[in-house]
Design a protein around this ligand. Structure first.
Ligand code: NAD
Length: 270
């Protein structure tokens, strides 16, 4: 039995991850952590996830429970996940990070700390989106530079970072295939007299509305036709299932920084 500790256990994803762990054989809960002062602290984590008491009380200090677990699952905020990664590396615990919105400096720190333990980090843990990453690369390869690429994402009103980590990853993957760097060719929304679209642009657009769990569309626009690929998440459970799958996968790996392409064995395929 793999023992897990969930950081951000009172959050939207944290609760679904707790629920999924409790429903999955081969993995159990050894601890749960929330930020100091969060109403979940002191509560039984099973009650929080609507599963009934499981005898694991939410604490506010990962370093106090980390040694009881083999793997940490963290869906919180970049600075929190970095701290969890530091603790994971120090205590040689595997870690799954689903948090998005890391700055380039914070990503540098992840690349430094991640390989000191076993770390899976991915902006989207759903199987469908990871297949979409592969498909859009292939489409970009075939359609080449003749089609205009636009990425559109939509999320709930509470989401803090924009564009989503998944939209960034889609844009980076396509720009990479086209021999470009998203930081150079990315266009983050448009307003005013922006002039004609440049052939190299990769447009990225973020919609925020209501309780949308997460939609991503990539448009390849040609003359006389367009090709669109869309993924829609109906609930957070597909992300939670992916995170638990990643946790079970990563505990036995050699030290390294991995992503869902590794967990799902999609790397290099297609
Ligand atoms: P949320 O705000 O509902 O949850 C985050 C939780 O982290 C909150 O409960 C918050 O109190 C907690 N937290 C903050 N500081 C903490 C600390 N110091 N210690 C412990 N817990 C702390 O957000 P969410 O919708 O659950 O999303 C969380 C992150 O996961 C976001 O970055 C989001 O983009 C990302 N996400 C990733 C995937 C994926 O598949 N990779 C899917 C959905 C969301």
């Amino acid at each position: 039995m793999v023992r897990a500790v969930v950081v951000g256990a009172g959050g939207r994803m944290g609760r679904r991850i707790v629920h999924t762990i409790l429903q999955t054989s081969g993995i159990g809960l050894a601890g749960a952590v929330e930020r100091d002062g969060h109403p979940a602290v002191g509560q039984d984590v099973g009650d929080l996830a609507g599963e009934g008491s499981v005898g694991v009380v939410v604490g506010s200090d990962l370093s106090r429970v980390v040694d009881k677990a083999e793997v940490i699952l963290d869906f919180t905020a970049p600075e929190v996940s970095l701290k969890s990664l530091e603790i994971g590396a120090e205590h040689h615990r595997a870690i799954v990070i689903g948090t998005t919105g890391f700055s380039p400096d914070q990503m540098e720190r992840v690349r430094d700390l991640g390989p000191r333990t076993r770390c899976v980090m991915a902006p989207n843990m759903s199987v469908g989106v990871n297949v979409m990453f592969k498909i859009v690369e292939e489409m970009a390869r075939v359609l080449g530079k003749d089609y205009d690429v636009e990425v559109i994402e939509a999320h709930h009103r509470f989401k803090k970072d924009a564009p989503s980590g998944t939209a960034m990853r889609l844009g980076e993957a396509i720009a990479g295939v086209l021999g470009q760097d998203l930081e150079t060719v990315g266009v983050w929304g448009r307003k005013g007299l922006v002039g004609e679209r440049k052939a190299t642009e990769v447009g990225v657009h973020a919609v925020r509305a209501g309780d949308i769990v997460g939609d991503h569309t990539v448009i390849f626009g040609g003359v006389g036709e367009r090709l669109e690929v869309t993924h829609r998440a109906h609930s957070r459970d597909n992300f939670a299932r992916g995170a638990v799958k990643a946790a079970l996968w990563v505990v036995d790996r050699p030290n390294g920084l991995y992503d869902m392409q590794d967990v799902l064995d999609l790397r290099g395929k297609g």
